[in-house]
Design a binder for this molecule. Structure first.
Ligand SMILES: NC(=O)c1ccc[n+]([C@@H]2O[C@H](COP(=O)([O-])OP(=O)(O)OC[C@H]3O[C@@H](n4cnc5c(N)ncnc54)[C@H](OP(=O)(O)O)[C@@H]3O)[C@@H](O)[C@H]2O)c1
Length: 209
């Protein structure tokens, strides 16, 4: 697939690494093009691109910025009409130990409102950057699950296929509204990793189905 990654930070660089290794054609953009270039230059199949019209011709756009930067970042890459947009964000408080929105909305739903016409899919928000960078298999042999929520079945199928192509298991988590549940799960994951000190080689899983 042709994938645009917006953001060249912890998560963005992990996506560039894993997607390019899996043979996808990866473009990465950042506010500072030098940061995108520094990431892209490490991997085959990856290139840094300017934001302007960067979404054109892409099969999937991965939004890998902070939640507060999401709307501006999406607006910077041109038309997203009918485009699959993967929202990985968590609307975290400054100390990373809480969420700034929830219950009656979610980051994903707010991002969908900010990008009308885009097919927004919530995914990867429960995958820590260290796990993404290291790969989907944990030390105990388990495979990390990507929970996929969205209102378009075809968009979800595309995102599941993309996640599985880089080694992750996937679970359909229903409509985009269920991002209201997935974002707190990421909060619990961050608590386990940092608050409770279990480290970052961990991931949430669901049992029995
Ligand atoms: N880190 C994790 O373990 C993890 C796990 C799951 C989900 N997430 C979510 O993933 C998102 C990214 O997290 P991260 O840890 O990768 O953060 P990060 O390292 O701070 O990276 C975010 C990147 O987005 C860039 N950015 C901001 N506005 C932009 C714009 N308008 N256009 C292009 N790029 C822009 C930033 O650029 P500058 O360098 O110029 O500021 C920065 O490089 C967050 O929403 C986070 O909640 C993170």
């Amino acid at each position: 697939m042709k994938v645009l990654v917006i953001g060249a930070g912890n998560m963005g660089s992990g996506f560039v690494k894993q997607l390019s290794a899996a043979g996808h054609s990866v473009s990465v953009t950042a506010r500072d093009i030098a940061k995108a270039t520094a990431v892209a230059s490490q991997f085959a199949n990856a290139k840094a691109v300017a934001a302007s019209n960067a979404a054109e011709g892409q099969d999937v756009v991965i939004l890998a910025t902070g939640y507060g930067d999401a709307a501006a970042a999406l607006q910077s890459v041109g038309s997203l009409q009918g485009k699959v947009v993967v929202d990985i964000t968590n609307p975290l408080t400054a100390d990373y130990m809480g969420l700034t929105i929830g219950h009656s909305t979610s980051a994903a739903e707010e991002i969908a409102k900010a990008a009308p016409g885009a097919l927004v899919v919530k995914a990867f928000n429960t995958v820590l950057a260290q796990v993404l960078a290291q790969g989907a298999s944990l030390a105990d042999g388990s495979k990390v699950t990507v929970f996929v929520a969205g209102d378009s079945d075809t968009a979800k199928a595309t995102v599941k296929s993309l996640a599985e192509s880089i080694g992750f298991a996937t679970k359909d988590a229903g409509g985009l509204k269920n991002a209201r549940y997935l974002e707190p799960v990421a909060g619990l994951n961050i608590y386990f990793a940092y608050g409770a000190g279990h480290g970052t080689a961990i991931a949430p899983a669901w049992q029995g189905f």
